[in-house]
Design a protein around this ligand. Structure first.
Ligand code: NAD
Length: 330
């Protein structure tokens, strides 16, 4: 039976992977992220399955090649954590899991919007202290507000559908327009600058690449409406955290809801409640009462986990059976 090493494996996903595997492969679960210290653990495996917490650099890819690894499947949609150019050069095939559950991420983004617009976290904290006063809890209706959606792919499309139901006006910025959204939801495609000028809420759904890194920075923030709400369920590096913290301090941005953080690797997905953390920027985010931070779990629904496991095993079987794979990236 062929062996597959599953790096950064989590207890929450192992039953789903075991079910999807149907005893076809020997799955070797390694809970630590892939690194130069544990790369040799995949020795004798045909391929490896990784997650967003695994940084697959050129050096690691060269080591994987020496270990005889022929393919990498990432249990995620985003693949910015893999040096795709180097993998191609080494002849290592890579595949991802596109669109495993756009609803999971879109619904999390909307959950962040609602929790912030209605001060749900603060209200619950007050109630837990038997403080039932409501003077500080004035929110705002979503109906009639303009929401700017950056990236109208699979997740952005579901966000449009949900927010259209709330009665929001939708504007979007994407390098590729989806005419269907214009017809169905009256969405208007505009430039990034115009989106910033028009939006009461901005929500990010573009992938991390050279053109989207630090898309939200001092300059784009200056173009935004005073008191804008910013939502990020994509990748932390889409926003310059220091610039956003400054804008939160001076009120230009009223609140930030984010599932991701630019230096989350090695911290998110782990329990640091006893050890504490050293990252001062992350501490500033956590301590800011206008920031709602979740630890990269927008994807974490039963439906999404099943789809991720099924597609991961499909990707593995395509490689081992030499069959065509629409999810292949290299
Ligand atoms: P997708 O490929 O279907 O859509 C991405 C959209 O962004 C496309 O329409 C594309 O044209 C657009 N885009 C690309 N470059 C752009 C640019 N420079 N400016 C504006 N738009 C641009 O991807 P998706 O399934 O909708 O996922 C989007 C992102 O969400 C992923 O890349 C990933 O980073 C993130 N994600 C996060 C989680 C989570 O748990 N937080 C889970 C899944 C995906």
């Amino acid at each position: 039976m062929k062996k597959i090493a599953i790096y950064s494996s989590h207890a929450f996903e192992e039953p789903y992977l075991d079910d999807a595997n149907k005893n076809s492969y020997q799955l070797i679960y390694i809970s630590e992220p892939l690194s130069s210290n544990n790369v040799s653990l995949c020795s004798g495996c045909a391929g490896i399955a990784i997650f967003t917490s695994d940084e697959v650099s050129a050096d690691i890819l060269s080591r994987l090649k020496i270990e005889g690894i022929q393919f990498i499947v990432t249990r995620s949609t985003g693949y910015d954590h893999i040096d795709i150019k180097k993998a191609t050069a080494l002849g290592i095939t890579v595949a991802n899991v596109p669109g495993y559950s756009p609803n999971a991420i879109a619904e999390h983004a909307v959950a962040l919007i609602l929790a912030l617009s209605r001060h749900l976290i603060r209200s619950n904290e007050n109630v837990n202290r038997y403080d039932f006063s409501i003077n500080e809890l004035i929110g705002f209706n979503l109906d009639g507000k303009t929401v700017g959606i950056v990236g109208t792919g699979k997740i952005g499309e579901v966000v449009c559908k949900i927010l259209n139901g709330f009665g929001c006006q939708l504007v979007a910025f994407d390098i590729k327009e989806n005419k269907g959204l214009v017809e169905k939801y009256g969405l208007k495609y505009v430039t990034m600058e115009a989106l910033c000028h028009l939006s009461d809420i901005i929500t990010l759904h573009a992938p991390l690449n050279e053109s989207t890194q630090y898309l939200v920075n001092k300059t784009s923030i200056q173009n935004m409406k005073d008191g804008v709400m910013l939502i990020n369920t994509s990748r932390g590096k889409l926003i310059n955290t220091a610039d956003v913290l400054e804008a939160l301090d001076n009120g230009k941005i009223s609140c930030l809801g984010t599932d991701v953080y630019e230096k989350e690797k090695g911290i998110f997905f782990n329990d640091y409640s006893k050890k504490g953390i050293d990252d001062q920027v992350l501490k500033s985010l956590i301590n800011n009462k206008n920031v709602l931070l979740t630890s990269h779990h927008a994807f974490l629904t039963k439906e999404a986990l099943k789809n991720i496991a099924d597609t991961t095993m499909f990707n593995i079987s395509c490689f081992t059976n030499h069959s065509e794979n629409p999810n292949q990236l290299t």
